[in-house]
Design a protein around this ligand. Sequence first.
Ligand SMILES: Nc1nc2c(ncn2[C@@H]2O[C@H](COP(=O)(O)OP(=O)(O)OP(=O)(O)O)[C@@H](O)[C@H]2O)c(=O)[nH]1
Ligand SMILES: [Mg+2]
Ligand SMILES: [Zn+2]
Length: 302
Amino acid sequence: MTSTIARVVECYGRRVVVALEDGRKQPAEVFGKRLRVVCGDEVTAAINSSSGTLQVTEALPRKTHFTRTNAQGRPEVLAANMTQLVILMSDQPASDPFIVDRYLAGAELGGIKSLLLITKQDLGHSQALLDQVHVYQQAGYKVVYVSAHQEQSLTALREVLRNEVSMLVGESGVGKSTLTNALVGDDIQRIREISEGTGEGRHTTVSTILFDLPELHASLMDSPGVRDYAPAPVNDLQVAFGWREFSRYSGQCKFNNCLHFREPGCAIQAAVATGEINQRRYDSYKRLLNLMRQLLPSYERH
Ligand SMILES: Nc1nc2c(ncn2[C@@H]2O[C@H](COP(=O)(O)OP(=O)(O)OP(=O)(O)O)[C@@H](O)[C@H]2O)c(=O)[nH]1
Ligand SMILES: [Mg+2]
Ligand SMILES: [Zn+2]
């Protein structure tokens, strides 16, 4: 067989599942130690003539990728070729807004669109969650409400997903897989059968999985829940680009290399003092700034 173009839809180290151009999904092996792929990667695949197994032989350039800082403080690509990051928030379990802030920052820094999806609408929402949502709307982020059990809200969500490759992210239990199931339907069953061989048949998601939504000309990635998230290391001056509401004040600080920390004449600190910028969002910015300064050795800073 000559090599064909395929897309990685599941990834377990060297073992992956790829979707071929005709939509069929097949287990495959990543060939060669230096080749690394993630869910969403476009690859070339070919049958190895001696072993008869399908092998991924090359990864095509990524259009986008979403990264994190891993436990070793190094950048790690989580998935590729998404066009938008959909960050889920719920009341049960209550989402940590600091993690949500970091997801928003990670998308912004990675050049990926983002939106917030408030889940489990059928259960109602606490005032605390609604207040948090209001802060995000004021900051300029798009917010959509949904319930996996209410067809009407799923119809609205489908319009948000149309023509996009969306990656669902958020803490464990916010409802990523339930929504994926509701949107994908029987496709999920087929892929479950394939992944059974990996022994990953647990309720909580252990690996990012990509599904096609052909009627929407779209794809959806369900990802494992997290306990924490930090964007890949960036220069400390870049951290502010992760906070959309800060952009209204760009160029207004006294120093053009202002980190909005303790500098005099800082437009961001002034906006926090008047309440134009939310204090908790600002605290979150300072936390990430501190983390990034720890991660990057001083020579990598300006
Ligand atoms: N009432 C209600 N329950 C929901 C909704 N969506 C999800 N749930 C429930 O929330 C729980 C967790 O849902 P999952 O979809 O497994 O959450 P997840 O985000 O995929 O979790 P991880 O895979 O661990 O990251 C399950 O018991 C679901 O039945 C919803 O819209 N309404
Ligand atoms: Mg899940
Ligand atoms: Zn400043």
